[in-house]
Design a binder for this molecule. Structure first.
Ligand code: KG4
Ligand code: ZN
Length: 335
């Protein structure tokens, strides 16, 4: 079975072809970062317009990459939510229209399920059950996964998502959108000794997160330094490092706690923030000491992409999901 996947929930248009027999056959991605950069964040209307322009050419590109004709596609999967409503509508409408024209089923996929299953695209795949840490721009969640569709929320952020916190901290330091990769880049030159930022919620029992206090702490630190003059590159690097260390250790502590609580030894990490090298290294080394394993998607499939939607769609189709013909999206959709 060959499934075309279309992702348009935010600011990337991702299209991919996944074969249940042969794996990922083709994928392509168009990022709107340049479109939104001058506004310092995603402008929903501009995002929708760009998805309208890009989706069909990317579908054509993916079919060409795989030397496929449209008649070789057995189903079309698209992100039905959560995300920006206009952006979701574009992908859903394109996917449903293509599927109608081609006479194949179309099905809506949960964006976070896509992220959660992205490590399954790798050669070394985790077996069920496992704990998943989903860390993106919109979500920070720990989920127990017993199989496809068998998810139990263990904990989540009570305020900002981890990626959102990275983006806001980056803005405070005058770094361009999206801030996560920028903080990670300058943090490499930062010192771990100059500032120690609070590790939110680690003393709090349970598996929930909160990043808004860390955001305030970052802002206070920036303002205090600015009273003595403009921040130097070293100041920014040191703040970025302290911020990143605080987020990373909070995530690592909660992951360890989740594995202990559930009596599991496999952790899957996915979503944009899982591309963070420092987080990957610290998680791997701490879990290795405890005999636990950690699985990630390849860096290009950590952030939004069509491959994870094609894969999740193939699994859902195999599990018997059938959607009606109307175009429906769910901007807010708990997993
Ligand atoms: O999963 P994703 O592409 O989109 C959402 O579903 O939100 O995640 C995007 C988020 C952004 O907040 C971005 O700043 C963050 O992931 N991000 C990172 C890194 N790469 C992307 N955060 C920290 N370090 C990174 N290397
Ligand atoms: Zn995402």
């Amino acid at each position: 079975m060959n499934v075309l996947g279309i992702e348009t929930s935010c600011d990337e248009t991702g299209v991919a072809l996944y074969s249940t027999e042969r794996g990922l056959l083709a994928h392509t991605l168009y990022s709107q970062i340049e479109v939104h950069r001058e506004y310092g964040g995603v402008v929903p209307e501009l995002a929708s317009r760009d998805h309208v322009r890009k989706t069909l050419p990317l579908v054509q590109e993916v079919l060409n990459q795989a030397s496929f004709r449209s008649s070789d596609v057995d189903a079309v999967a698209y992100t039905a939510g959560p995300g920006l409503v206009g952006a979701l509508m574009v992908g859903a409408t394109m996917a449903r229209s293509l599927a109608l024209g081609w006479g194949v089923p179309a099905l809506g996929v949960h964006h976070m399920e896509g992220h959660l299953l992205a490590p399954m695209l790798e050669e070394e795949r985790p077996e069920f059950p496992f704990v998943a840490l989903l860390v993106s721009g919109g979500h920070t969640q720990l989920v127990r996964v017993d199989g496809i569709g068998e998810y139990r929320l263990l904990g989540e952020s009570l305020d900002d998502a981890a990626g959102e916190a990275f983006d806001k901290a980056a803005k405070m330091l005058g770094l361009p959108y999206p801030g996560g990769p920028q903080i990670a880049r300058i943090a490499e030159d930062g010192s771990t000794d100059r500032f120690t930022f609070p590790r939110p919620m680690i003393k709090h029992p349970g598996l929930d997160f909160s990043f808004s206090g860390l955001k305030t702490h970052t802002l206070t630190t920036v303002r205090e330094l600015e009273e003595q003059g403009p921040l130097s590159d070293q100041d920014k690097a040191d703040i970025a490092r302290a911020f990143e260390e605080a987020v990373v250790s909070t995530l690592v502590i909660k992951c360890r706690r989740a594995l202990e609580q559930e009596g599991l030894s496999r952790l899957v990490m996915a979503g944009g923030v899982s591309a963070n090298r420092n987080l990957r290294q610290q998680l791997a080394s701490i879990l290795a000491k405890r005999g636990a394993e950690v699985f990630y998607p390849a860096p290009q499939f950590c952030t939004d992409n069509g491959a994870m939607i094609a894969y999740a769609g193939a699994q859902r189709l195999a599990a018997g999901q059938v959607d009606g013909a109307e175009v429906q999206v769910r901007p807010r959709w708990p997993m």
